[in-house]
Design a protein around this ligand. Structure first.
Ligand code: SF4
Length: 203
């Protein structure tokens, strides 16, 4: 018989591959949503709806909507602002602690998180927190490196027509992603200009 497991999910697209792999490993996942980090609220609601629609219509997996304590996020995470490691550590801890609380309350013995699929997350920090918070709550952490499956998850979520966000979630990550996109665009322009200059120089 499959082993019940509570899977903290950060969004729909990042849930595809962890769900498939956990099932292959003999787990029966229930998804847990607790993401008070996502700003603005309309974006939060869109990501939650995307996850719920896919879970209900495609994956046929239950979704528990847990606490989304936005005030706690502002108090405990926002002060780190653009100190990314400190900020994300506090953000993971808040969400995973809530997921562990729910797992314990609902009688799950195992817990995992989809945060371990995105190469943009701080994988080691996330795994360290999953292990320590799970153990503190008497749960078994299921730690997997899902990152090699990220390209597949990207492809599949596009094929399914799922909404795909272009920043992690908080306002700081939105600003960082905008800067990175501008830097990448400027680098492409510079490379193009350099190529044209070389062509011109070579006659
Ligand atoms: S970048 Fe993502 S994980 Fe880090 S604080 Fe912002 S929402 Fe949380």
């Amino acid at each position: 018989m499959a082993t019940p497991l509570l899977l903290h999910a950060c969004c729909g697209p990042c849930s595809l591959e962890p769900l498939r792999l956990l099932k292959e490993d003999g787990f029966a996942p229930t998804i847990c949503w607790t993401n008070p980090n996502i700003q603005p609220v309309a974006e939060h609601d869109l990501r939650l709806r995307t996850l719920q629609t896919w879970a209900q219509d495609v994956a046929h997996v239950p979704v528990v909507v847990a606490g989304d304590d936005r005030a706690a996020w502002e108090r405990g995470v926002a002060p780190a602002a653009f100190d990314r490691e400190r900020r994300c550590r506090a953000c993971y801890a808040l969400r995973l602690a809530e997921a562990c609380r729910v797992a314990k309350d609902l009688g799950f013995g195992h817990i995992s998180t989809t945060l371990a699929v995105s190469p943009y997350q701080l994988f080691d920090v996330c795994c360290e927190l999953l292990v320590s918070l799970a153990r503190a709550n008497g749960l078994e952490p299921v730690v997997r490196d899902y990152r090699p499956y990220y390209p597949q998850a990207t492809r599949e979520s596009r094929e399914l027509g799922m909404y795909r966000q272009n920043y992690c979630g908080c306002r700081f990550s939105a600003a960082e992603a905008t800067i990175e996109r501008h830097e990448a665009r400027d680098a492409r322009k510079r490379a193009k200009r350099e190529k044209a200059r070389q062509r011109h120089a070579n006659g």
